[in-house]
Design a binder for this molecule. Structure first.
Ligand code: SAH
Ligand code: SF4
Ligand code: F3S
Length: 451
């Protein structure tokens, strides 16, 4: 096996959500002991991993166009480039992908990538693609190495995967499998390692992270609230976030934690998708618009500076003008700091895909209208922070010389003119200006805030 230790170039391309970003980092960790070193471009790479997303049609198209370019590169290298497709397209389209792109060597689903070293060895022995899209009984997390490369001041940690909710429009339950939570002990150990290597903020990740119910070190099932409590006891960890949450799993104790747990940040991504009860029912969301309103009120009672982010879909099958108006109303009433909105994209195998579809032009018009409102709210929220004296966690250098950059309590990027590197420190900053996607501020000297 000594040949496996000669340095090899690995290029990883990541699409999709933060969980894919986390997975890409873990795949890199797995391959490092085999001699793979990451490189910034695919040219000349011995191995390219395309970690894919299947959530909307556009995401999938991107994969195939990128594969087209990789094929040419592989040919130019005389076939000396192993191409692996991982992630949600691999899971959903495994066989089709191998047929449509026969130059792909490996197709590995999101639950099977801990087997990569073994699969690579198989691919070296075999012509044609090696496909592993199993949902193995063993949890991949138990089989990943402990020596993850440091991610930085803000680090992401997957604690839960998969989804049992089966929203009418969504591929995730098919690509990521059933909901599963990592045991709390492993999560805490990984968080400690992250903090020891410089993390000051950790964002816990899961498709439905607030449904977390992992086995605790005490043998009991731990909720997300219980896990957050333990994590907040880690010295040196200053800020904790979690994403993405589902309204139905927003337990009272979790809402209360936003009041009681000072390390929990006052910013929450809580996708609602629509403001129409009829459409929420069609989406199989199992909650009404008023349930969302109630949760938002409770969160703001618990933490008055709580800011919200959300996801919206326009043009789900059956969405009328009235339904869309109800979405606009919900947005107007709630006031979001940030939001992502999408045109409904029919996904193969999902229930909504086989229903009569809303016209494309109607979807376009609704998306524009919604995005204009959401953009205005985002600008208003950012503008509202001008004049505040607020703690900023610095992460590193800014884009321009003499600038340092960090994040506000509400995850807004903050840029400050300063010549010293304050990465990893929380300092009080006076916010002096707001742009659409970032804030500028000045350091308030001497105040060094601990949390
Ligand atoms: N687990 C999260 C979100 C997962 S996907 C949740 O429950 O909310 C991220 C977002 O993509 C979703 O919130 C939804 O707004 C959007 N999305 C998912 N499937 C989609 C589809 N078929 N068409 C358009 N947008 C979609
Ligand atoms: Fe998809 Fe719904 Fe599950 Fe979120 S809760 S991942 S939108 S099925
Ligand atoms: Fe995409 Fe899979 Fe994440 S479909 S959004 S990469 S869970």
């Amino acid at each position: 096996m000594s040949t496996e230790r000669t340095p090899r170039k690995l290029h990883v391309v990541t699409h999709g959500c933060q969980m894919n970003v986390y997975d890409s980092a873990r795949m890199t960790d797995l391959l490092r002991p085999l001699g793979y070193e990451t490189v910034a471009t695919p040219e000349g790479a011995d191995m390219v991993i395309l970690n894919t997303c299947h959530i909307r049609e556009r995401a999938e198209e991107k994969v195939f166009s990128q594969l087209g370019r990789l094929r040419l590169m592989k040919e130019a290298q005389g076939g000396q480039m192993m191409i692996a497709v991982t992630g949600c397209v691999a899971q959903a389209e495994g066989e089709i992908l191998a047929k449509r792109a026969p130059f792909v060597d490996l197709v590995v689903g999101p639950q099977a990538y801990h087997r990569l070293p073994e699969l690579i060895a198989q691919a070296h022995r075999k012509t044609g693609a090696v496909i592993d899209t199993d949902f193995p009984a063993e949890q991949k997390f138990d089989h990943l190495p402990d020596d993850a490369a440091p991610q930085g001041v803000i680090s992401f940690l997957s604690i839960q995967e998969g989804c049992d909710k089966f929203c009418s429009f969504c591929v995730v339950p098919y690509t990521r499998g059933a909901e599963a939570s990592r045991p709390a002990g492993g999560v805490i150990a990984e968080a400690r390692r992250m903090v020891a290597s410089g993390a000051r903020e950790i964002a816990l990740l899961g498709q439905n992270v607030n449904a977390y119910h992992g086995e605790g070190p005490d043998g009991h099932v731990w909720s997300l609230t219980r896990l957050l409590q333990s994590l907040s006891e880690i010295e040196g960890l200053e800020r904790i976030r979690y994403t993405t949450s589902h309204p139905n799993d927003m337990a009272d104790e979790l809402i209360a934690a936003h009041r009681d747990n000072a390390k929990l940040m006052p910013f929450l991504h809580l996708p609602v998708q629509s403001g129409s009860d009829k459409i929420l029912r069609a989406m199989n969301r199992k909650h009404k618009a008023d349930d969302f309103r109630r949760i938002v009120d409770q969160l703001r009672d618990a933490r008055p500076d709580m800011a919200l982010s959300s996801d919206f879909i326009v043009g789900h099958p059956g969405e009328s003008d009235t339904d869309f108006t109800e979405t606009m109303e919900l947005v107007r009433e709630t006031g979001f700091a940030l939001a992502y909105s999408f045109k409904y994209s029919p996904r193969p195998g999902t229930p909504a895909a086989s229903l009569p579809q809303v016209e494309e032009a109607v979807k376009d018009a609704r998306l524009q209208e919604l995005q204009a409102l959401l953009r205005a709210q985002q600008n208003e929220f950012n503008a509202g922070t001008v004049g505040l004296e607020t703690p900023v966690l610095f992460t590193g250098a800014g884009r321009h010389p003499g600038q340092i950059a960090g994040r506000s309590l509400w995850l807004q990027p903050v840029v400050v003119q300063h010549d010293r590197d304050l990465a990893g420190q929380i300092r009080m900053v006076k916010i002096t200006g707001a742009n659409p996607n970032s804030l500028s501020g000045t350091l308030l000297d001497k105040e060094l805030i601990a949390a």
